[in-house]
Design a protein around this ligand. Structure first.
Ligand code: FE2
Length: 430
């Protein structure tokens, strides 16, 4: 007897026609044709059952603030930071909690059940930290929120920020953040990487730096991050976010750098949607794309996970908490259109992100948490193509969100027909 059985599901690894039996919030059986009964049965009908989406890079303190106090007119990263600086003193804890909770509702509806959010520690009041710690507790039954102490205006650039960052860690923020390319000089940037990695090593924490988020090919703080990861023995606890300068680097240097990243086990976190709109803004034509070298990193065995970064905030005026949209952008911007590369893009918003996050018992296997999203698609590539509807979102064996299928009924003369987009793709063949 199970609490829940999901019947006839396809899995992201290509297995088809499986039943998933859930008991006590865990996956208790995974096989074709489970004979036992269950309190509740969901018929997947040959659709894709995935573990939930994970957004490994987001700013929940800024989301849903679009237009306050004005919009980003230039579209640049720097104006976004300036605009956030104007908004920051106007914020209070209650409104930030309300915005973040509203965002989490949308995320749940989208099958997005784990988010690593940076939280700005520049303001001495640390209201962002207080707000998101409260939100982390309130959503805990259905949502994993992990926080990164992020010195938006630089770690050394403003007196007091370094102390604020430590206070945030003392309050319970789990990950050490930074922004070396935002410091006043290259040397300050280098020193900040060293200081932040030492801080993390001393406290036994993970590191996730906004690193080289610029088109300047000489922005090479990732090199220091890799070095410090090895020197301090931080392997597989460190992520370099953005790394957009890598797009513009000299190919010889990149070939050396990528091998060093792989050797150190540093995770890489591109943010394809944010990167394509924020980078290249100082170019005339051609305009660079600003995406790190994702296929080349994957080929070397580096764990690459995609983040959304922003939604309806000073940096990005669109977004819908849709990690399939993020994966789709990577497919396009990164020329990742081979069948294998498209599958890699789905992994980058699920299993790879779980590894970077450090999420335990994630994935569809016996013994793991019974957390799923049932998508209106047959496989991962179709899910990306369609930004497939999240028919059901399941947390610990309980359905917590449902959406209607996207079927259109045509009324054409003489031939009424239902259009179901998820039935259009041919069978897979590479
Ligand atoms: Fe970011």
């Amino acid at each position: 007897m199970f609490d829940l059985i999901i019947r006839n599901a396809n899995l992201p690894d290509g297995r088809t026609g499986l039943d998933v039996g859930c008991r006590g919030g865990r996956i208790a059986a995974l096989e074709a044709g489970i004979a036992a009964d269950a309190g509740q049965v969901v018929d997947a009908g040959g659709r894709l059952l995935s573990p939930p989406f994970i957004d490994i890079h987001f700013h929940m303190d800024a989301t849903l603030s679009l237009g306050r106090p004005r919009r980003n007119r230039s579209g640049t990263l720097l104006e976004g930071i300036q605009l956030w600086g104007e908004l920051r003193p106007m914020l209070d804890r209650e409104e930030m909690v309300a915005r973040a909770l509203r965002y989490c509702d949308l995320a749940v509806a989208q099958g997005l059940l784990a988010v690593r959010s940076h939280v700005d520690v520049t303001d001495d009041r640390l209201i962002g930290v207080e707000a998101l710690l409260e939100v982390r507790d309130r959503v805990k039954p259905y949502f994993d929120l992990q926080l990164v102490a992020f010195p938006q205006d630089g770690y050394f650039r403003r007196p007091g920020t370094a102390a604020n960052l430590e206070r945030a860690l003392d309050m319970g923020v789990e990950v050490v953040g930074g922004i070396p390319h935002g410091e006043r000089t290259m040397e300050d940037g280098r020193r900040s990487v060293t200081a932040l990695c030492e801080l993390a090593a001393g406290r036994g924490l993970m590191v996730d730096l906004h690193c080289d988020e610029t088109d300047d090919p000489m922005s090479r703080h990732i090199e220091t991050l890799v070095f410090e990861t090895q020197r301090l023995g931080l392997g597989r606890r460190v992520a370099g976010s953005h790394l957009t300068s890598m797009h513009s680097m000299d190919n010889y240097y990149a070939s050396k750098l990528l091998a060093l990243i792989a050797e150190a086990g540093v995770h890489c976190v591109p943010n394809p949607v944010a990167n394509i709109v924020l980078q290249g803004r100082h170019d005339t034509y051609p305009k660079r794309r600003g995406l790190m070298r994702v296929p080349e990193l994957l080929a070397l065995g580096v764990t690459v996970a995609f983040g959304q970064d922003s939604m309806l905030d000073p940096w990005y005026p669109l977004g819908n908490a849709d990690m399939l949209d993020v994966a789709s952008m990577a497919v396009h911007v990164g020329h990742m259109t081979s069948l294998a590369a498209m599958k890699d893009s789905f992994d980058a918003v699920t299993v790879n992100a779980a590894e970077v996050f450090g999420l335990q018992d994630y994935g569809i296997a016996v013994g793991n948490h019974a957390d799923f999203v049932l998508l209106e698609a047959r496989d991962t590539v179709e899910a990306i193509r369609l930004r497939a509807a999240r028919l059901a979102v399941i947390r610990r064996g309980r359905i917590i969100a449902q959406s209607a299928p996207r079927t259109a009924t045509l009324a054409l003369e003489g031939r009424p027909v239902a259009v179901e987009p998820w039935r259009y793709a041919p069978a897979d063949a590479d």
